[in-house]
Write a protein that binds this ligand. Sequence first.
Ligand SMILES: [Fe+2]
Length: 251
Amino acid sequence: MVDLHCHILPGIDDGAQTVEESIELLSAHRKQRIRSVVFTPHFNFERTDIKTFCNRREKSLELLSASQEFIDLDIQVKSGAEVYFSVRLNEEELDPLCIEGTNYILIELPVTARPYGLTHTLRALLNRGYIPILAHVERYPYLAEDPTVLYELVMQGCLAQVNTGAILKDNERTAMAMKYLRWELAQLISSDTHSMTKRPPNIKQAMSVVENKLGGQYIRWLDKNSEDVFNGRYIDLPVVKKPKKFFGVWR
Ligand SMILES: [Fe+2]
């Protein structure tokens, strides 16, 4: 299995702070048979620039890679970023922010309101050959209120990821996460691991919940999708039905 979204690199954002913490998180991943991990520290155009971010990320990775315990874990890792949405995305060369060696770029949206230029900016990214992956898509109220917005983005070529933590809880976000998966409007699940207490590594538990609720075929599909993204392969998405509202409920 693969984790495409986590904050395990030491000392770079609000995730792991030390190499020891990173090792603990990666060991927990390894016990759940996670073989490949993309490190996706937060990137925000308001706070830094791509070059500075990449230098810090490289130093953090070097620190981790030098640890014998890390080598012993025998886990395949790639660099990436969780990029906060900005219309500036289309003014910059984004290859260094993509999942290493691929055109996939993980994008976080604001929670409070649909950002100005969302559809236009993502479409322009697609036209440039990038494939945006919308991070923890269950979090955004404006998508839950009108899932046809997500539908249109996915039909244009974007992917969407849900957090394992949302699947394992039992609240409104859980309900949306399961709906997005069932509708195949979300094609990826990832841990968004920050620490052993805040969003811990829990892909295995989340996968078994998905299996119980939606069936084994979803597990195989999700697994394959994550693997394809990790390896930079194109995912040929099925044509899905546009969500419709019946008696006040999106179905
Ligand atoms: Fe994240």
